[in-house]
Design a protein around this ligand. Structure first.
Ligand code: BMA
Length: 332
């Protein structure tokens, strides 16, 4: 029995036990085959990184952030039998607009894919006179439909909850600016129809730099929150502004199940921070950026997909109960 709620069994979740040599006090460990997706998987890819994966059919499907060799940012469909070995389509996703009035998208990046009521919603950072939160859906990972933007500019890191809360769709975002934002809080909004959003609530600010410096500059939601008996388990990235630029690490918090803007506990130490060569060296050095987590409801196993150095994609593993316990034992 795991602490996961509303999570079906996923016996084929990518998995590798924690290496015995790993003595770090963190509940997550890296896959020995990292990075799982090289930057040049496709003929015209410069980099494939902050990307989202879900169980689909007998295997897995995903939406991948690919910057091409013209350094255009876009999102592509991928498929995999085992969640590790991926085939990604050469061309970006073509969305059909649900209404002809919808503005064009100038670029797309950092997708998350969230199943709600049997439909897969794709949410990403959308270019519309600056970054805002784009939203769409697919029923088959072949045809994609673009809906109204969930926010106006400037905003990033939009993440839907995987079910309605108190009857409404629920969203986390990180209001920002037009550049490489030097600030950022996570906020909550809700909607009756996935189009009109309101009842905005503040969730978390960056932490005090003397207490938890890896998350002292800005924070943003990572994968869709995972429902557990201890609250919504939210992995999120945090940024340290070092003398050599931003460093992106990630950790986790537990949010109240009915009022997710109320933080039950928030971890002080990071769980993954740039350390391996593929995390420290790339187009943007020192970035670990999670956008998806698979969960096996039977065992509590978690497999987290994270972008590394804005260049490649990797996997980390953990047990949901150990992650929740770690947060509670090491609060901010
Ligand atoms: C953020 C986003 C991410 C990126 C990160 C580090 O602002 O643009 O896509 O991984 O910066 O460059």
């Amino acid at each position: 029995m795991s602490i996961l709620r509303n999570a079906p069994g996923l016996p084929n979740i990518p998995w590798e036990p924690r290496p015995e040599t790993d003595r770090n006090d963190t509940p997550l460990w890296r896959f020995s085959g990292n990075p799982i997706i090289p930057r040049n998987l496709m003929a015209r890819s410069n980099s494939i990184f902050n990307s989202a994966v879900v169980p689909f059919g007998d295997g897995f499907a995903g939406v991948f952030r690919c910057d091409d060799t013209s350094r255009r940012m876009n999102i592509h469909v991928g498929r995999s039998a085992d969640g590790i070995d991926w085939k990604i389509e050469d061309d970006p996703i073509e969305f059909a607009k649900v209404s002809p009035d919808l503005p064009d998208s100038e670029y797309k990046y950092d997708p998350r894919v969230v199943p709600i009521d049997g439909r897969w919603y794709v949410i990403w950072c959308n270019g519309y006179r600056g970054p805002c939160i784009g939203l769409g859906y697919t029923d088959d990972f072949k045809k994609f439909h673009m809906m109204e933007n969930a926010t106006m500019p400037y905003n990033r890191n939009g993440v839907l909850f995987p079910r309605r809360i108190n009857g409404r769709y629920a969203l986390l975002t990180r209001p920002s600016d037009a550049g490489h934002t030097p600030f950022g809080d996570i906020v909550y909004s809700e909607s009756p129809d996935l189009e009109f959003w309101g009842r905005h609530r503040h969730v978390m600010s960056p932490a005090n730099h003397r207490i938890s410096a890896w998350q002292c500059t800005k924070i943003g939601a990572g994968p869709a929150p995972i429902e557990t008996s201890e609250g919504w388990l939210l992995f999120y990235h945090g940024v340290l502004n070092s003398c050599n630029g931003f460093v992106y690490a990630f950790g986790a918090a537990l949010l109240d199940l009915d009022k997710p803007w109320q933080v039950i506990a928030r971890g002080r130490p990071y769980m993954i921070s740039p350390r391996e060569l593929y995390e420290c060296v790339g187009d943007v050095p020192n970035v670990t950026f999670p956008c998806a987590a698979l969960a096996d409801g039977d065992t509590g196993r978690l497999a987290i997909y994270y972008g590394c150095a804005d260049t490649v994609t990797s996997l980390a593993f953990g047990m949901a109960d150990e992650v929740a316990d770690f947060i509670k034992r090491n609060p901010v």
